[in-house]
Design a protein around this ligand. Structure first.
Ligand code: SF4
Length: 336
């Protein structure tokens, strides 16, 4: 035995100098009230308008000057006197706004916000299709890129596709792109034979008849509001031929007019937010919580604020493409 002091068992470990938050690479969550106040101030300073699609996040729909479908948003973009348009939607929508407003600054707060349906067709694909069908009229859904629109005779939305096809001269081949489910709806409603592009949106295509039937069993008194882009629509119509399909704006009119108190909303989940806002005394049930467009949800209060600060990211369309794409868009706005 010795008198010496006992050896320290654990050597003293120096404390890390880096703050814990940085070690974990966490970001401070933005204060939502502050974000809203910043957006409010910047919107005035920039003379900006914020337009949001029905499928946007609830908080984005809340701060928007206008919320609507593709046709409604195109109309707002065409008539705004703002200097800056912040497009809370996806890339092809911002392009349409830029085509209608070449002198304005059009911002898309996250350039990754694309569209799986628009990605199914290219301008070269349409050129080849036209070469195989000489004299055909090309009708494209608004969910297409500017260079595809530049190859088109007419643009349509789900709100006016039937009216546009009804207005076409008889005896002319019609080439309809890119959504095959919307095309099936138009053929049913108009009786017009059309050549159809084999495209679909991954969100709407994934909605199955079983999803609809499951919600009908859970909410037997609820009325169905089905969008014509949905993969389930043809099979449901096979079972219930008298069923109506509705564009997103059509859903709002129907929910107001119907005696039903509850509705199963068969489209992207964001539409439930819009319906709850516009028809607050009724109940809206999403067909499936997974019917959610990740592209639409890329737009946030934070990136809207940043876009207004930086006036970036901008969406522009080359002048030659714009000149060609304007005509089918103007035809779309004139009909329906
Ligand atoms: S819901 Fe479908 S069609 Fe609409 S933006 Fe998303 S991917 Fe495109």
């Amino acid at each position: 035995m010795t008198d010496s002091a006992p050896e320290a068992v654990n050597p003293v470990v120096p404390r890390p100098q880096t703050p814990h938050r940085d070690l974990l690479q966490l970001e401070v969550l933005p204060d939502e009230a502050q974000l809203r106040a910043d957006i409010e101030r910047l919107r005035k300073e920039r003379n900006a308008v914020i337009i949001a699609h029905n499928y946007q996040r609830p908080e984005v729909q809340e701060i928007a000057d206008f919320v609507g479908d593709s046709l409604g948003l195109s109309r707002q973009a065409a008539k705004t006197d703002a200097d800056v348009i912040v497009f809370a939607g996806v890339h092809f929508m911002a392009e349409t706004a830029a085509i209608l407003n070449p002198e304005k600054t059009v911002l898309l707060p996250d350039l990754r916000a694309g569209c799986s349906l628009a990605d199914t067709v290219t301008a070269q694909g349409i050129r080849d299709w036209k070469a195989q069908n000489p004299g055909g009229l090309v009708v494209t859904y608004v969910n297409t890129t500017a260079d595809v629109k530049a190859e088109s005779d007419y643009c349509v939305t789900s709100g006016n596709a039937v009216q546009v096809v009804q207005s076409l001269p008889e005896g002319v081949p019609v080439l309809f792109a890119p959504d095959r489910f919307l095309a099936a709806h138009v053929i049913r409603e108009t009786g017009r034979a059309m050549d159809v592009w084999d495209g679909a949106c991954h969100v709407h295509e994934a909605i199955r008849p079983e999803d609809v039937q499951g919600q009908q069993a859970a909410y037997p008194d609820a009325e169905l509001l089905i969008h014509p882009e949905c993969g389930c629509s043809s099979r449901i119509l096979g079972a219930i031929p008298e069923l109506q399909l509705y564009s997103t704006e059509g859903m709002i009119h129907r929910a107001k007019a119907s005696p039903a108190q509850a509705f199963i909303v068969v489209t992207e989940t964001g539409m439930v937010t819009r319906l709850e806002h516009d028809v607050p005394d009724k109940t809206f049930i999403p067909v499936s919580r997974t019917a959610c467009c990740e592209y639409m949800k890329m737009i946030t209060l934070e990136n809207i604020r940043d876009a207004l600060v930086n006036l970036e990211p901008r969406v522009t369309v080359p002048a030659d493409i714009r000149a060609l794409a304007l005509k089918p868009i103007e035809r779309m706005l004139a009909i329906g």
